[in-house]
Design a protein around this ligand. Structure first.
Ligand SMILES: *Cc1c(COP(=O)(O)O)cnc(C)c1O
Length: 366
């Protein structure tokens, strides 16, 4: 028998979340953001469930080719645009729309030989200070692009640094709107957090929204709000089984570094999942976990291949009992990935992207 760990993708939850986000988006079209191999879920595993989206947004050209190979004929957007002049040939061949965020990309376009002009999304740096043209140079970039025969329609976009937090999006929205006021073209500004928190504003909806994390059932503004608050369902379950049991006397310890000492006699279970599976080593005593659908806690350090679990509240647990690290138990109990992320001092994004290649994936059903 193989080691019992398994990552399962839930297509019906993906469909539900997409539907939920579409309702928040009003009349805007929805890019399903599937970068990082669909946030670790696997593009091929999410594709069917997300094909009701209006387009797929990602940044790896191989991933774009895979989406085309799956039969998608609609829009695909490269969120970081091209990295090299040869990438433009692939854009022409596969009809990929691409972000233009810097002068070098305009130079590449100007030198590109193509029969069919490209649809581009011109990106403004409205305050994130990562990619994009600063506000004062945005119109010049637009004018330059507009003059190129290689360019068809120009859409306008920006990305928020604080859509999930108290600073919010007002300052960046104001810059974007001031600079683009009288420019033609479709607009796209909202990631998951902006869409869920500020999407009642038609300008935030724009013409295209770009949700990623919320599609995958993690709250974009955790821990302030949880996924249930946004009516999002978990799309990935990381589950394993108990492979060992120990009975501790009071004063005995568990695991490397003896980081946990039993305060009274207690039973612990050993589950087949460790940091080599992508489960964070920063999780320590107290991190939530489900055993046979009952919420309990990790005790002691995460090892490479195993974790120890407090079975005080799960007296019936035995070798073979189901252990859910995050996601949904067989009985339907949910352990939000954001709760585990909080215990590890990180975000749901990192956990779902970090499931190790050695973890077998269940093929989605239904
Ligand atoms: C990743 C990304 C998104 C999606 O962000 P989420 O926070 O996952 O919703 C949207 N736009 C751009 C430009 C991105 O890089």
């Amino acid at each position: 028998m193989p080691r019992p760990i398994l990552a399962t993708v839930h297509p019906e939850a993906l469909r539900h979340n997409l539907d939920r986000l579409r309702r928040a988006a009003g009349d805007a079209r929805v890019w399903a953001v599937v970068k990082a191999d669909a946030y670790g879920h696997g593009i091929a595993r999410v594709f069917d469930a997300l094909r009701a989206a209006d387009g797929f947004a990602l940044l790896d050209l191989d991933e774009a080719a895979r989406v085309r190979a799956l039969g998608w004929r609609g829009p695909i957007l490269l969120l970081e645009g091209v990295f090299d002049p040869r990438d433009l040939e692939l854009c022409s061949r596969l009809d990929l729309w691409h972000v233009v965020h810097g002068d070098a990309q305009i130079d590449m376009l100007a030198a590109h030989k193509t029969q069919v002009p490209h649809r581009v999304f011109l990106k403004m740096n409205s305050g994130m200070n990562r990619l994009g043209f600063p506000a004062e140079r945005f119109r010049a970039a637009w004018t330059r692009l507009d003059a190129l025969p290689q360019v068809d329609e120009i859409s306008l976009m920006t990305h928020f640094s604080d859509a999930d937090g108290p600073k919010g999006i007002d300052a960046q929205m104001a810059v974007f709107q001031r600079v683009t006021e009288d420019l033609p073209g479709e607009r796209s500004v909202a990631n998951s957090a902006a869409l869920l928190r500020h999407g009642h504003d038609a300008a935030v909806q724009g013409d295209w929204v770009r949700p990623g994390i919320a599609l995958y059932g993690s709250a974009p503004d955790a821990p302030l709000h949880d996924a249930a608050r946004w009516q999002l369902q978990p799309t990935m379950t990381l589950a394993t089984r108990l492979i060992g049991l120990q009975s501790l006397a009071a004063g005995e310890t568990v695991g490397y570094g003896s980081r946990f000492t039993a305060p009274q006699p207690m039973r612990i279970g050993i589950a087949a999942c460790g940091y080599a599976d992508g489960y964070p080593r920063h999780c320590d005593t107290g991190t939530p976990v489900l055993v046979d659908g009952v919420r309990t806690r990790l005790v002691g350090r995460v090892s490479m291949d195993m974790v120890a679990i407090d079975l005080s509240d799960v007296p019936q647990a035995a070798v073979g009992s189901e252990v859910v690290l995050w996601g949904r138990s067989a009985g339907g109990t949910v352990l939000p990935i954001d709760d585990v992320a909080a215990a590890a001092g990180t975000v749901g994004y990192e956990l779902m992207c970090g499931v190790a290649p050695r973890v077998p994936r269940a093929e989605p059903t239904g």
